[in-house]
Each structure stands twice: as C-alpha cells, then as structure tokens.
Design a protein around this ligand. Structure first.
Ligand SMILES: *[C@@H]1O[C@H](CO)[C@@H](O)[C@H](O)[C@H]1NC(C)=O
Length: 461
C-alpha cells in the first residue's frame, strides 16, 4: 500500500495528469468502463442491495466536463501599478487525492467525484465501500483495467485498514458517509492539514402545512422516503405537520405506497432491501416509536422492512434520535409553522429541507428562517437532479459541495498568479526604502496598497 502511494506520488510529480488530452482520454476510458461493465454493475449492486434500476448519470457529467478547459487561467481585474502585467487565476489540480465512497449508492457516489477529480487533473486513490462486497470487488477488479495504473488506484479496506490508509498524506480527501466517520476523517486530515470535502447525512425535516393537496404531497414524500428503501442521504427523514394534516395524510400515504409497490411491497421488484444485518437490526429497533399506522412488517432473513409510517412520534422517541436511513417515516405533530421552524432550528442543520404548502409565503418563510444544505419546496429529492445547483451540507451535514461544475471546482486549487513586466522600474521606487515623506505620501494616496508600507514606519496613520 505504501508502494502504491509512492507510485501515484511519483506519477503526479511527472505532470502526466495535467494535459487536457490525457484527462479526456482517462474520462473516455471511464465511459468505456460504464458501457462495457453495465450488466456487471447492475448485477453487483442488485446483489448488494436488491437495487432494481441502474443509472447512467455519470456519463452525462463526463460529457459536460469534457467541454471545460481546465488549465486555462481566468484573467482578473488589475490595479494601476499592475496595468502592464498579467493577473490570472490558474486552475491547478491538488495532487494525489483520496475518494472514500459510501455503500448506499456504491457506484454513483464513487464515480461522480472520481470524474471531477480526473477532469481537474489529479491522481486518485479510490476506496469503495467494504459494506457492498460485490460492488467493491467489481470496482477493484475491473476499473484498474481501464484507467492509467500509474495515476489511479483502487484500494479495498475495512475500518482498520482505512485508519492506516488515512495516516498517509493526501492532497485532498473527499468523503461520503456518516457524520461520525466524517469526524474521524477530518481528524486524520488535520494531521497533514489536508483539505476535505465531507458529504454527510442527517435528519431531513419535511414540513407539510395545512392547506395542501394531500394526494400529491403523499406521493412525493413516499417516493422520496421509500426510494432505495430509505437509504438515501437526502431522503425526507420525518414529517412535521398539524394533527389534522396527519389525519388527512395517512390514507393518502397508504394509497401512494400501494400504488407504487402493490398490496405486498415485499413482492415488488421496485422496493429494495436493507444493506446489511447490522443496519437491519438498527432500523427495526426504531419501529417502536409512536404508533405504526402503515406497514411495520419485517423479515430478517431477507432484510426486508415494509414501507412504514409512524404516527404521533415524540421528539424523545428513538426514531427521532438518529438518521433513520431506512423505509420508516415518522410523523411528529406540531401546532403550526412557527413551532415547525423552532423544531428544525433546535436540531443540527440538515442536508435537505422540504416544505409543502399551497401558500408561497409559507415556503418562503421556512426557507428564510432556517438553514440546511439544500432546499426543495413542494417536492422531495428533485433539487439534486439539477447539476447547476451545488450539492453539499452545512454544519453537521457536511462541508464543501459538488455536482456539475462544482465537482470540478472542488478538486481544483484556484492559484493566484501575477506575471510582472520587468521594465518601468520608476513605478516601483516609492515602495523601496529609505522612506521619506514624499514617498510615503505617494504610497498612501496612490493606488499602491497600504499593505506595501512596512508596519511601524513613522508618518503612516
Ligand atoms: C407550491 O404548490 C402550490 C400548489 O401548486 C403553489 O400554489 C405554490 O406556489 C407552490 N409553492 C412554491 C414555492 O413554488
């Protein structure tokens, strides 16, 4: 493993990953991996989580990034004394970066950052999740056949080996996972002052105001909550609404669930399973919160948990103490919007916040008076389908952002550059000692920044 690190470091120092053509060629190779291994990827992910539909989103990102010219510097405004010079921001790669992917979307959440890291010109160490064994194996075996082995490597590692891996110095770490592990990553990164992006989770509130068309609300919330059996970091985690709305919503949610997954969701090819036994038992224990109004059935053998709605859940119940990350939707009754806002603000900042209301003012007010990584009014999940919007958390839900061009920026160091003209030395004279009143006058009145005057020089106010 140490050898792998030094191989990538050496490749980085040759500058091999910098030319545009090289980056495009590697991205194209990644595209071939997706095309040729499509069936294997679908099989591996469905073995890991009974996933039913693949997604080809990464290819879109790839096409888009190919149109960027990474290394072209952006010229910026100049002051009077740099008029003859060239001032620009250069988009440099960081160097050797580490990407740690999660298990809930084991391919997608690995490839999207990887594409950005390659496009930005970095060498990359990729660590797929050890929880999704089949996908991990596929990535470890197949991906290196497509990418340049000098510059890109896949490591397979459990907790212990990952801890070891993190002792190495990286130039950037991109992590997707839980806030708990996020803290461990950031602590390890701090040792080397390595910058990080942390894509974490949290409990995403969904406030449903009284004047709503319940059938549409129910469908949009049920879709967001039960997608991938709730194992989605931006899923609505719980509903906040009045007791009247809870009564109206319940039959509508039951209808939506039946419409999506049939009378027995266990038989639906569109309803996923829980990823592992540990996770299954954790989620199952949350079923004791409030009262089971819909669903509640489980099958440990299959790691199946039915789409479940819990009514009258209290803030002190187990389901409200942790991110659910499973197909359970608790409803917490609040008196009104103000109480919902207080409830949200009394807790760690979520990755996503959802509000449903026929009254635009309600949506706007909740947006105005709360804080979250992202926000979607009148729907769930849909804001992340826009690659024009940066995706990321705030506070407990993460640090940094990506998607679309923001992924490229995340893996890019914006280097400030000034190329000066060697002539016209007269312009520079006032900044050189010895100082006199005339020079200081020029310095302080002119466009030369005060910063050029040494601290403690007399006559400068
Ligand atoms: C939410 O949907 C309702 C009903 O269609 C609409 O009147 C309202 O403007 C929407 N709110 C926002 C913020 O788009």
């Amino acid at each position: 493993r140490g050898r792998m690190g030094s191989r990538l470091r050496a490749a980085w120092l040759t500058g091999k990953t910098r030319p545009m053509e090289y980056r495009v060629a590697q991205l194209e190779a990644l595209g071939r991996f997706l095309d040729e291994k499509k069936q294997d990827i679908l099989e591996a992910t469905s073995l890991d989580m009974s996933k039913v539909r693949g997604r080809g989103k990464a290819q879109g990102a790839l096409r888009r990034l190919q149109h960027l010219d990474p290394a072209s510097g952006r010229h910026v405004e100049k002051n009077l004394v740099t008029q003859l010079d060239s001032a620009f921001i250069r988009k440099d790669p960081y160097g050797v970066v580490l990407i740690i992917a999660p298990w809930n979307y084991p391919i997608h959440l690995l490839l999207v950052p990887l594409i950005g890291a390659i496009a930005a010109g970095n060498c990359v160490i990729i660590k797929p999740s050890e929880t999704t064994k089949n996908t991990e194996k596929l990535v470890a075996e197949a991906l290196p056949c497509y990418l340049d082995k000098d510059c890109y490597a896949v490591v397979t590692a459990g907790v212990e080996e990952t801890t070891k891996l993190l002792e190495n110095k990286f130039d950037y770490i991109f992590f997707t996972g839980s806030p708990t592990v996020g803290r461990i990553i950031m602590t390890a990164a701090a040792k080397h002052l390595t910058p990080v992006t942390l894509e974490l989770g949290g409990k995403n509130p969904c406030y449903v105001s009284d004047n709503c068309e319940v059938h549409n609300v129910a469908r949009r919330v049920a879709w967001g909550r039960f997608f991938n059996a709730g194992q989605t970091c931006i899923a609505p985690d719980y509903i906040l609404c009045s007791v009247e709305m809870q009564d109206k919503l319940m039959p509508a949610l039951r209808e939506a669930i039946t419409e999506f997954y049939g009378p027995n969701p266990k038989e639906s090819p569109d309803f996923a399973r829980i990823v592992g036994d540990k996770q299954f038992r954790r989620i199952q224990a949350l079923l004791g919160s409030g009262r089971v109004a819909i669903g509640g059935q489980t099958d440990e053998q299959e790691r199946y948990i039915a789409p479940t709605v819990l009514a009258d859940v209290k803030a002190s119940d187990p389901a409200m103490q942790e991110e659910i990350f499973g197909p359970i939707l608790p409803i917490v009754v609040v008196a009104n919007m103000d109480e919902a806002i207080d409830f949200i603000n009394a807790r760690p900042r979520p990755l996503a916040l959802y509000v449903f209301s026929c009254d635009n003012k309600v949506v706007k007010e909740v947006l105005e008076r709360t804080s979250s990584g992202g926000f979607c009014g009148n729907d769930t999940l849909m804001h992340v389908t826009l690659t024009s919007l940066p995706f990321g958390g705030i506070g407990n839900s993460g640090l940094g952002k990506y998607h679309g061009k923001f992924t490229f920026d995340t893996f890019t160091h914006h280097r400030s550059c000034l190329h000066r003209n060697m002539g016209l030395e007269a312009i520079n004279c006032p900044r050189y000692p010895p100082y006199n009143q005339q020079k200081l006058g020029l310095l302080t009145s002119g466009s030369l920044a005060l910063a050029l005057v040494p601290v403690g020089v007399s006559g400068v106010g």
